[in-house]
Design a protein around this ligand. Structure first.
Ligand code: NDP
Ligand code: ZN
Length: 353
C-alpha cells in the first residue's frame, strides 16, 4: 500500500509499505476523508516529537472498516467509523486511573503518526477497536466527521480542563480550529462572556458564529492588559488555551482571577520552560490552576460528541473551509496547513467514497 510519510524532519513523500497486520482486538480501516492538523506541521517541519523515518503521517479521518480481529464484538467490515486521534489501551493501569491518553506512558495514547503509522495511507491499523472506534451515524458527512477525530474532542477538552461553568467569563486564547471548538464548548457549557484571541478574519467570523462575544488581538500588545482593561481590572474566571507559545502562560496567569482555572491543549513545540509570574500567581497562593492535557479519546466520548452534531447543537461546516478530492492532493493540503492562508481553517482530502 502507499502512504504519505515523514521521511525525516522537514521532508515528506509517498512511500510503499505492507498493509498492517490485524491482531485479535484490532481493526484495519481505509480512510474516507482525511484532515490535516497543525500538529502534523509541528511534527514534520518543527521536529516537535523528535525525528521519525518513513512514518506515515496523519491522525484525523473518517474511515471504513475493512477487517476486524476475532475478539472484536461491535464492528465489522463495511462499517463507517469515526477515528479518534488518540487511541488508548483501555485495559492499561493509566486508563483505569482515568488517564487513558497516557496509557503506556506520557502521551502514549497518541499512537498515529507518533509511535506507529498514521492515517494518510491506503490502510491503517486501530488497536482496541471496540474501545477506540465509534460508529459514524448514517447521513453524517464523512468530511465533517474528520473534525470529530481531534478538533471537537480537543477543543472541548480545554473547556473541561478549565472547568467552565454557567455564567463564567472565559478567555479563549487561539481561535484556529481547536480554539473555535473551545469557543463552541464554552457556549454549550453556559459561559456568559467569551473573549477570543486571534486575528485571521475567517476564524474571527467563525468564532462569532460559535458564540464569542468579544475579540482581542495578541498583535495589539499584552493580552492580559487588554483583558484587564475590558473587565474592570478583575480578569476572567476561566481560560482555554489553544494557541500561543510558552510565553503566553504568564499572560494567562495575569489575566485570571484568583481561584481561576486554565485549560491548555496547545502543543508547545518550542522552549524549555514556562514562566509563571510570581506576584500575579498570588506569590504562590492565588489558587490559580493550570491544567494541560491531551484529549482522552474513546468510543463513548466520540459517539456523544457526534450526537451534538446529529441533533443540531454543533455545526462543523464552518471548519471545513478547503475540501480536496484524491490522494494526490494531500501534499498540497499539508502545505496549506503550514502556510495558513487568511481564508483557511481546515484542509480536508476526500480519498475514498
Ligand atoms: P492554529 O495555528 O490554526 O491556531 C492558533 C491560534 O492561536 C490562532 O488563532 C492564532 O492567531 C493564535 N495565536 C498565534 N500566536 C499567538 C500568540 N502569540 N498569542 C496568542 N494567540 C496566538 O492551530 P490549531 O487550532 O489547529 O491548533 C491549536 C494548537 O492545538 C496547536 O498547537 C496544535 O498542535 C494543538 N493540538 C493539540 C491537541 C491535543 O490533543 N492537545 C490536538 C490537536 C492540536 P491568528 O488568528 O493570528 O493566526
Ligand atoms: Zn490533530
Amino acid at each position: 500500500m502507499k502512504g504519505y510519510a515523514m521521511l525525516r524532519i522537514g521532508e515528506a513523500g509517498w512511500i510503499e509499505k505492507p498493509v498492517p497486520e490485524c491482531g485479535p482486538m484490532d481493526a484495519i480501516c481505509r480512510p474516507l476523508a482525511v484532515a490535516i492538523c497543525t500538529s502534523d506541521v509541528h511534527t514534520l517541519w518543527e521536529g516537535a516529537i523528535g525525528d521519525r523515518h518513513n512514518m506515515i503521517l496523519g491522525h484525523e479521518c473518517s474511515a471504513e472498516v475493512v477487517k476486524v480481529g476475532d475478539l472484536v464484538k461491535d464492528f465489522k467490515p463495511g462499517d463507517r467509523v469515526i477515528v479518534p486521534a488518540i487511541t488508548p489501551d483501555w485495559n492499561s493501569l493509566e486508563a483505569q486511573a482515568g488517564y487513558s491518553m497516557h496509557s503506556g506512558g506520557m502521551l502514549a495514547g497518541w499512537k498515529f503518526s507518533n509511535f506507529k503509522d498514521g492515517v494518510f495511507g491506503e490502510f491503517f491499523h486501530v488497536n482496541d477497536a471496540d474501545g477506540n472506534l465509534a460508529h459514524l451515524p448514517e447521513d453524517f458527512d464523512p468530511v465533517e466527521a474528520t473534525q470529530l477525530s481531534d478538533m471537537v474532542p480537543t477543543g472541548f477538552h480545554a473547556v473541561e480542563l478549565a472547568d467552565v461553568q454557567f455564567g463564567d467569563v472565559v478567555l479563549v486564547i487561539g481561535i484556529g480550529p481547536v480554539g473555535l471548538m473551545s469557543v463552541a464548548g464554552c457556549a454549550l457549557r453556559g459561559a456568559s462572556r467569551i473573549i477570543a484571541v486571534g486575528t485571521r478574519p475567517v476564524c474571527v467570523e467563525a468564532a462569532k458564529g460559535y458564540g464569542a462575544t468579544d475579540f482581542i488581538s495578541y498583535k495589539d500588545g499584552s493580552i492580559s492588559e487588554q483583558v484587564l482593561a475590558m473587565t474592570d481590572g478583575k480578569g476572567v474566571d476561566k481560560i482555554c488555551m489553544a494557541g500561543g507559545t510558552v510565553d503566553t502562560f504568564s499572560e494567562a496567569v495575569k489575566a485570571l482571577k484568583p481561584g481561576g482555572k486554565i485549560g491548555n491543549v496547545n502543543y508547545l513545540g518550542k522552549g524549555d520552560t514556562i514562566a509563571i509570574p510570581r506576584v500575579e500567581w498570588g506569590v504562590g497562593m492565588g489558587h490559580k490552576q493550570i491544567n494541560g492535557g491531551l484529549m482522552p479519546g474513546g468510543r463513548l466520548r466520540m459517539e456523544k460528541l457526534a450526537r451534538l452534531v446529529s441533533f443540531g447543537r454543533l455545526d462543523l461546516k464552518p471548519l471545513c473551509t478547503h475540501v480536496f478530492e484524491g490522494w494526490d492532493k494531500l501534499p498540497e493540503a499539508l502545505q496549506l496547513m503550514r502556510d495558513k492562508p487568511a481564508d483557511l481553517i481546515k484542509p480536508i482530502v476526500v480519498v475514498n467514497k
